[in-house]
Design a protein around this ligand. Structure first.
Ligand SMILES: [Zn+2]
Length: 256
């Protein structure tokens, strides 16, 4: 009698284990909220021509007139310069695992940087960091921590000026300063560029494109930069609402 109970118990445990393992295997295929986190544009340059998007979109619904203007401007540029300017990541067609990229602007710093790196390490997520050139020397240890953790690094200008308010020549002077710092301090020359505030003129896009840069904006704005609507819950709900395959999420991690 007792043996029968034990056998039945073992049988149920084995069935449960098989069911659980099966569930883990098929989860990515059935769970619409299951995403693989990847750095933005981690694909190799040889692959690039096969990955081009005709157009990409900013998924956020505009909540004000200025946001409406911004959205239509970035979507126009993404369409007009689809080989060098992106709001979304190109994704392989029919790929079953959905990918999303977390991007962090305005680092390095001493306050948020270590915390964000700890969280990313805990969840084994590789992200993309767009570093500001003039911060790299001051917070070099944290720039190196980002690099050593294996995250992708992009250029976010030297002085964080609004590029639409300066000339293309001035932008190139600023970029040169930034490139020099990246090379001297980190030994790299990233070819991913995120314009401060996501704003850049058509002429400036063309100039950067000629020099081999890819301009990477975002398709999901968390509004973590806006104190009036940046509680952790609001950020989370916004990401969940607009999450999509090939999505690029805008986040920040600098202390001003
Ligand atoms: Zn910025």
């Amino acid at each position: 009698m007792r043996n029968r109970f034990i056998r039945r118990g073992v049988g149920v445990a084995i069935l449960f284990t098989i069911f659980y393992v099966m569930l883990l295997i098929i989860k990515p295929f059935i769970d619409t909220n299951s995403y693989q986190y990847t750095p933005a544009f981690s694909i190799s340059s040889e692959d690039f021509p096969n990955w081009l998007l005709d157009k990409s979109y900013l998924k956020n619904q505009a909540e004000s007139i200025s946001e409406k203007i911004f959205k239509s401007e970035v979507e126009r540029q993404a369409k007009a310069f689809s080989e060098v300017y992106f709001l979304e990541q190109p994704i392989k067609k029919r790929k079953t695992i959905k990918q999303i990229a977390l991007t962090f602007d305005d680092s390095p710093d001493d306050w948020y940087c270590p915390q964000v790196l700890r969280i990313l390490e805990k969840y084994k997520i590789k992200a993309t960091f767009f570093l500001i050139g003039n911060r790299i020397k001051t917070y070099k240890h944290n720039a190196l921590a980002i690099q050593n953790a294996g995250h992708l690094i992009g250029n976010h200008s030297f002085a964080h000026d609004k590029l639409t308010q300066i000339t293309t020549e001035q932008m190139m002077e600023d970029l040169k300063l930034s490139e020099d710092v990246f090379v001297q301090e980190l030994g790299i020359k990233p070819l991913l560029f995120r314009p401060p505030y996501g704003m850049i003129s058509d002429e400036q896009i063309i100039e950067l494109g000629v020099r081999g840069y890819k301009i990477i904006n975002w398709s999901i704005d968390t509004y973590d930069w806006d104190i009036k609507r940046n509680s952790p819950l609001e950020l989370f709900m916004r990401i969940e609402k607009y999450a999509h395959n090939g999505g690029i999420v805008l986040l920040h991690k600098a202390f001003y």
